[in-house]
Design a protein around this ligand. Structure first.
Ligand SMILES: N[C@@H](CCC(=O)N[C@@H](CS)C(=O)NCC(=O)O)C(=O)O
Length: 209
């Protein structure tokens, strides 16, 4: 099966990148270069209606939205341990992933992408000013969602790839992950995983190229 990952480093696409590596999937990574605004190009807008990453090319067409792509990968790689077989446990993992996409990611976007929500410079500045406090709130909430060292306790899932990605933005948002010890421990554990190391190395190499 041919899969194509449309990504830019250190974005939401990292969660999908990690999931592909965890599954041992064969995929073609395609950099959508934010430095040249390639996410707004007609080619990319044909893949993603809002001009965002991640998008995943599949034999049936292109998928967008991180939780949907993570769920798809779990379904096509059933032996890879991306989601538990138990429907309730799988839904618990996907609930955290959906929350990350709809709440914490959006809180983060109010920092750099305030112009999406208001034209008034003062309103944009107010959003930027509130962003660190909202992200701190989100960090506290998501730490509370963790059932153990992973989102689901002892069982790793794609929700961990998503959590690692979004919590990875805390420093850029002016916060210190050390203030959330379980998130800090989660980051350290994620960094030990070979799949995570491969994804991060590919992202770093893509930026250096
Ligand atoms: N809800 C989407 C959000 C995707 C998204 O906003 N991605 C950001 C990068 S983290 C993006 O592509 N931004 C490009 C832009 O705003 O121009 C998801 O979870 O996949």
């Amino acid at each position: 099966m041919t899969l194509t990952l449309y990504y830019f480093p250190n974005t939401a696409a990292r969660a999908v990148h990690i999931a592909l590596e965890e599954a041992g999937a064969q995929f073609e990574p395609v950099l959508v270069d934010f430095r040249t605004n390639a996410q707004r190009s007609p080619e990319h807008l044909a893949r993603h209606p809002s001009g965002r990453v991640p998008a995943l090319g599949t034999p049936q067409g292109v998928l967008f939205e991180t939780p949907a792509i993570l769920g798809y990968l779990a379904a096509i790689f059933p032996g890879a341990g991306l989601l538990p077989a138990d429907p309730f446990r799988a839904a618990q993992a996907m609930a955290v992933s959906c929350w990350l996409a709809s709440t914490m990611h959006v809180a983060h976007a109010h920092g750099r992408r305030a112009a999406r929500w208001a034209d008034d410079p003062a309103a944009q500045e107010a959003m930027r000013a509130k962003m660190p406090a909202n992200m701190a709130d989100c960090a506290t909430q998501v730490q509370g969602m963790m059932q153990g060292r992973w989102v689901l306790g002892e069982e790793w899932s794609v929700a961990d790839a998503h959590l690692f990605t979004v919590a990875g933005w805390l420093e850029a948002d002016g916060l210190d992950i050390a203030d959330w010890p379980r998130l800090a421990a989660h980051r350290a554990l994620m960094l030990e995983r070979p799949a995570v190391q491969r994804a991060l190395a590919r992202e770093e190499a893509a930026l250096a190229a």
